[in-house]
Ligand binder design. Structure first.
Ligand code: THU
Length: 130
């Protein structure tokens, strides 16, 4: 299993591939499943701004298309624009969809190049479920 810093480094590599010509806000994500497999994603923008895809949802979509059947246990997010790059509300809801349990960890780069860790329970309390 990858550790937090390894995941952040992979998210950083994905961030370098971001297609963000409109905001210049590059984001990368590394999503780790309980199978031990991980998937990368970067943000992909569009001239029709509202169609832009976040890095986190790109990573989780990559898991689906790869046939991943496991549950999401951890996701690291990196941006070259800021430390502590928090996931947007839509991405939090997506994370909840695939989470192993409420202890799903969201790993961010903190100011001293260390990791800040939150749980999905902290970032999306009372989330919608069917
Ligand atoms: N973005 C992400 O990739 N993830 C988030 O959780 C928040 C925002 C992207 C979308 C857009 O391309 C850029 O950051 C600025 O909003």
């Amino acid at each position: 299993m990858l550790n937090n810093l390894e995941m952040l480094n992979l998210a950083k590599e994905a961030c370098e591939k971001a297609y963000a010509p409109y905001s210049n806000f590059n984001v990368g994500a590394c999503a780790l499943y309980d199978s031990g497999n991980y998937y990368l994603g970067c943000n992909v923008e569009n001239a029709s701004y509202g169609l832009s895809l976040c890095a986190e949802r790109n990573a989780m979509s990559n898991a689906i298309v790869a046939g991943e059947k496991g549950k999401l246990v951890k996701i690291a997010i990196y941006s070259n624009n800021r430390t502590n790059c928090m996931p947007c509300g839509a991405c939090r809801q997506w994370m909840a969809e695939f989470k192993k349990d409420k202890e799903l960890q969201i790993v961010l780069e903190s100011e001293d190049s260390k990791c800040a860790v939150f749980t999905i329970e902290e970032l999306l309390p009372y989330g919608f479920e069917l």
